[in-house]
Design a protein. Structure first.
Length: 312
């Protein structure tokens, strides 16, 4: 009997689901089939994501099918997964992270510095817009919805001077040949979990949870856990201007974050690191996220995020 994997229907989401399907078969001998689901975030394309509001824009419908038993597991971009889950569901595997960075994409200009005054830059993300504004105030950041191919087509049609996409998405879909200028934005902090995949399932299916957990990459899991704990304690969703990134070198875990207003007029950025205790590495990662969030809160982060919500 095949397991049913729930997935969104974009080419990127299908690539991700097929990737997990292949790994489950090759590594665990598990046969799977895909069930495509349209989420609220897929249906509403004429409104900026931040204005739709709410949690689980790209996960709610999949979670309802998990709870009803119509699908066995759901594959998500980890950055789209809320930090809280409906009762009975949970994140049971975090897949090895690809490139975490955002990247500059343009058909006419080689990089951000080459853009003319008041250049039009398309992005779905207030996090990206905020950091672009911090880099150069004159950029005209505009909402850009749709799947990766739709966004690239709008760029090619001349609607934007440049757009910003996740580097992992471009690589997974092998789209570099369609892009004249592509440059990773090393200064820009990503969304939590960006570049990683998450697998969600019902927690009472202990046999399935045990099998799926074998796909977890420990290095990625430690980093993304720190990032997700930071977001959880700060009570910041993925639709507000928050960037956070953890990296692990030997046994030293570092976490850096930025929050601000969408127009870049106010922001705060800080980092914290810790030495992992091998017997309690996951607890160390969680505590690192919690401590950095507490630092931000003490500096007025929640008040700043409240102002950001008012500007959306």
């Amino acid at each position: 009997m095949s397991l049913i994997i729930g997935t969104r229907g974009s080419k990127l989401a299908l690539w991700q689901a097929e990737h997990i399907k292949a790994r489950l078969k090759d590594e665990l001998g598990m046969e799977c089939e895909l069930k495509v689901v349209k989420t609220q975030g897929d249906k509403i394309l004429d409104v900026p994501l931040a204005k739709i509001g709410g949690k689980g824009l790209f996960t709610k419908e999949l979670e309802e099918l998990l709870l009803s038993g119509e699908i066995d597991l759901a594959v998500h971009s980890l950055k789209d997964m809320p930090v809280e889950f409906p009762q009975g569901l949970g994140l049971v595997a975090i897949i090895k992270r690809s490139d975490h960075r955002d990247c500059f994409v343009s058909q006419r200009y080689a990089n951000l510095d080459a853009l003319p005054q008041n250049a039009k830059i398309g992005s779905t993300s207030l996090r990206r817009c905020m950091q672009l504004k911090l880099y150069r105030k004159d950029y005209d950041t505009l909402s850009l919805r749709g799947n990766v191919q739709t966004r690239l087509q709008k760029l090619q049609n001349g609607e934007f001077d440049a757009i910003v996409l996740a580097n992992a998405a471009i690589a997974r879909l092998e789209l570099t040949k369609e892009i004249t200028y592509l440059k990773p934005l090393d200064f820009m902090l990503p969304a939590m979990g960006q570049g990683a995949l998450g697998i969600e399932c019902a927690l009472d299916n202990t046999a399935l949870v045990e099998k799926l957990s074998k796909l977890t990459d420990v290095h990625t899991s430690l980093c993304c856990t720190a990032e997700r704990e930071f977001i959880r304690v700060l009570e910041g969703g993925c639709q507000v201007p928050i960037g956070v990134y953890a990296h692990l070198q030997e046994n030293r875990l570092s976490l850096e974050a930025i929050i601000g207003l969408p127009d870049g007029s106010e922001s705060m950025r800080a980092h914290l690191d810790c030495t992992l205790i091998p017997s309690a590495a996951m607890d160390c990662a969680k505590n690192l996220g919690i401590e950095l969030a507490k630092h931000f809160i003490a500096q007025g982060a929640r008040e700043l995020l409240a102002k950001a919500y008012e500007m959306i």
